[in-house]
Design a protein around this ligand. Structure first.
Ligand SMILES: Nc1ncnc2c1ncn2[C@@H]1O[C@H](COP(=O)(O)OP(=O)(O)OP(=O)(O)O)[C@@H](O)[C@H]1O
Ligand SMILES: [Mg+2]
Length: 289
């Protein structure tokens, strides 16, 4: 067993330090790239020695499994109908992440009653076995989407440079802030043509959120508009896997690194990833001696 595996085992046995960081990926406008980014981001995170579950929480138009090219036998429909436990439908995929498939096509599920929703979100919380859980939500301000966003530790709001997407991003930030003023909100600008455009759009959203809502939004980065993304959707293989050197993939790895490093930099190394980084850092120092 190598040193990393040993350390990992040690930490996993020490359950009190275990806490899954949940990150909901959401947007105001639909079709801005949430699912594409969620899938590739989950894989990118997993390349950094952390474990990741990707939950497809878009109860209307689930498509994480489509992007990954798999046909799961069971999905959230079976969980919500009480036929399966959430942990029974977790699938391990070759990309080294676990996924929980959404209930595609069962549109009536998009409007769960309050009890169904609470039961479901509680069962998600019970799945506390990985370092990260990425939750791909539907777009907009429906209570289902907001319930996931509010339950998560952090939220990534995805927008594109289109004015309509920016306006709707502002709208969703406003709804989140109204219900959870302390929620950590990050922004990713997708489909940018240049670094300057990525920065300009992020700054605009951050400024208006600060000025009109008094909400601090953090810029997590941008993803280039890249033909590799739609090509990968058509081939049903995530762009991070099929085009690892593409501009979009490079951007996603930077975002993944930021997510992991930030926890250490903030000194908030409560979750396992930060804990690991600190642990590795101290052993590296010892080896240097
Ligand atoms: N960076 C990008 N470059 C080029 N095309 C992109 C990029 N990101 C997303 N797309 C394209 O945009 C479309 C929508 O992407 P995706 O399904 O990921 O969005 P979504 O926000 O999850 O949509 P929905 O709101 O329906 O869930 C896809 O066809 C995808 O190929
Ligand atoms: Mg989607």
């Amino acid at each position: 067993m190598d040193q990393a595996t040993n350390l990992r085992k040690l930490v996993l046995e020490n359950r009190q330090v275990k806490k899954t960081k949940t990150i909901a990926v959401t947007s105001g406008k639909g079709g801005v790239g949430k699912s594409s980014i969620s899938v590739s981001l989950a894989i990118a995170l997993a390349r950094n020695n952390v474990t990741v579950t990707l939950l497809d929480a878009d109860l209307g138009l689930a498509n994480v499994n489509v992007i990954l090219g798999i046909i799961p036998k069971y999905n959230l429909y079976h969980v919500i109908k009480g036929k399966k436990k959430l942990r029974e439908i977790v699938i391990e995929v070759p990309e080294n992440i676990k996924i929980i498939a959404g209930a595609s096509g069962f549109h009536q599920l998009a409007n769960l009653d309050v009890k169904q929703r609470t039961d479901f979100i509680e069962s998600v919380a019970e799945l506390d076995s990985d370092d990260y859980m990425i939750i791909d939500t539907g777009a907009g301000v429906s209570q289902n989407v907001l319930a996931f966003v509010l339950a998560a530790d952090e939220v990534i709001v995805v927008t594109t440079p289109e004015p309509t997407a920016i306006t709707d991003a502002y709208g969703i930030i406003k709804s989140i802030a109204a219900q959870a003023p302390d929620k950590s909100i990050k922004l990713v600008v997708n489909r940018v043509q240049s670094v300057a455009e990525g920065k300009r759009v992020a700054q605009r959203v951050i400024n208006i959120a600060g000025q009109f809502l008094n909400v601090k939004v953090e810029n997590l980065g941008f993803v280039f508009d890249d033909i590799a993304v739609p090509k990968s959707v058509r081939n049903q293989k995530p762009f991070f896997v099929s085009y690892p050197k593409s501009k979009a993939s490079v951007c996603v790895s930077i975002i993944a690194e930021r997510i992991i490093n930030r926890e250490v930099e903030n000194g908030k190394a409560t979750g396992l990833p930060g804990f690991f980084r600190n642990l590795f850092r101290s052993t590296e120092k010892e080896e240097e001696k």
